[in-house]
Write a protein that binds this ligand. Structure first.
Ligand code: COI
Length: 355
């Protein structure tokens, strides 16, 4: 038995599966949750009450500190089903590591590997039938942790809940997206929490994103807090550009260190491209689009996978990117990752974590 399997969970299978309610040919992102969830409690410095139970409502106190002061973090991971029924999770150990970095920044406890990864394996084993196999579909996995102390003093909570829920999903974005370069609002500043996957980073994006939507853009391209000069990320995903034969992604602790982003940069290097993590100014991007050297731009994330960007708005002007069909690098990555994740090719990097 591996170390991940040694920990034991109380298991309560559902009495009434909801699987028959799912239309696997028309999956909406995050709408219908799988039958079971993992729940663990943190009290007195220890993780206790590990359980795999039917998905359902939880009871919380109105003075729950997460609601008031925002100690709340999450992850996004995907699992895939091969043609022969094998279930594989894509690089979940990277999400586990990032989760604990988010936890440390928000003064929350670490979740041990055997609960996060070991528990996830057991959960997916229970809900195998919920994992879709059609290309473009997957099981989205949402681990999250929040403070549960019922008290209004501003201090780190003494108790926490860690939960994993899952849902079968299709594409988060069903077509290329347009981005508005944000030069007023700020997502993250140096020394802040930009790298952590905490709930507040998403809450703060909603109002500026609505303003961008009102102007006809799908999402925001965040820029740095100091000068609004350098590109950061898209909020629901990281950003990657191809300029000439170099694959470039913005760098720093004000952006989320995405697992998909990392994967793509590793592939770029392995395939002989120059791969750079560095500052990219909005001006460099706009000049490159106009000169024809920026040939590809895309959002990269677990939910977004690779979503092509077709238009960028900056200071009242729109800049259009080349046609999606000609984007050899991002299209090659998409094809390669699809084949790898659905087990159609060998996995030279050990990215598939088999359940
Ligand atoms: C993910 O890509 O998993 C995310 O967490 C983005 C999400 C907010 C839709």
């Amino acid at each position: 038995m591996s170390a991940l399997e040694q920990i034991s969970f109380r298991v309560e299978p559902t009495k009434q599966s909801r699987l028959s309610q799912v239309d696997f040919n028309n999956l909406q992102f995050g709408q219908i949750m799988s039958d079971h969830m993992l729940v663990a409690e943190y009290n007195n410095g220890q993780w206790t009450d590990l359980s795999l139970v039917p998905y359902g409502d939880i009871t919380i106190s109105p003075s729950l500190s997460a609601l008031h002061y925002g100690q709340s973090i999450f992850e996004g991971i995907k699992a895939y089903k091969f043609e022969d029924g094998t279930v594989s999770i894509f690089r979940p150990e990277k999400n586990w590591e990032r989760f604990n970095k988010s936890a440390a920044r928000l003064q929350m406890p670490e979740v041990p590997e055997e609960i996060f990864l070991g528990g996830l394996k057991k959960l997916l084993d229970m809900d195998r039938d919920w994992i879709p196999s059609k290309e473009g579909t997957s099981l989205y996995i949402r681990p999250f942790m929040f403070a549960t102390e019922a008290a209004l003093g501003v201090h780190p909570s003494i108790s926490y809940k860690f939960i994993i829920i899952t849902c079968p999903v299709g594409a988060y974005y069903s077509k290329p997206i347009s981005l508005k370069v944000e030069t007023h609002f700020t997502r993250a500043a140096d020394g802040g929490v930009g790298f952590s996957k905490n709930a507040g980073n998403y809450a703060l994006s909603l109002y500026p994103t609505q303003l961008a939507n009102n102007e006809g853009y799908d999402q925001i391209m965040w820029t740095d807090a100091n000068e609004h000069k350098y590109i950061e990320e898209a909020g629901t995903a990281n950003l990657i550009f191809r300029i000439g034969d170099t694959i470039i992604t913005p760098h720093g602790d004000t952006i989320l260190h995405g697992v998909t982003r990392r994967t793509i940069m590793e592939l770029a290097e392995a395939w002989g491209f120059k791969a750079e993590q560095r500052k990219v100014s909005v001006q460099e991007l706009i000049d490159g689009i106009q000169a024809g050297t920026v040939t590809e731009a895309f959002a990269a994330g677990t939910a977004a996978t690779i979503t092509h960007i077709d238009r960028i708005g900056f200071e009242g002007q729109d800049y259009t990117l080349p046609a999606v069909e000609g984007r050899d690098f991002s299209n090659r990555v998409l094809t390669y990752l699809n084949e790898l994740r659905y087990g159609k090719i060998t996995d030279p990097y050990g990215w598939n974590f088999i359940v």
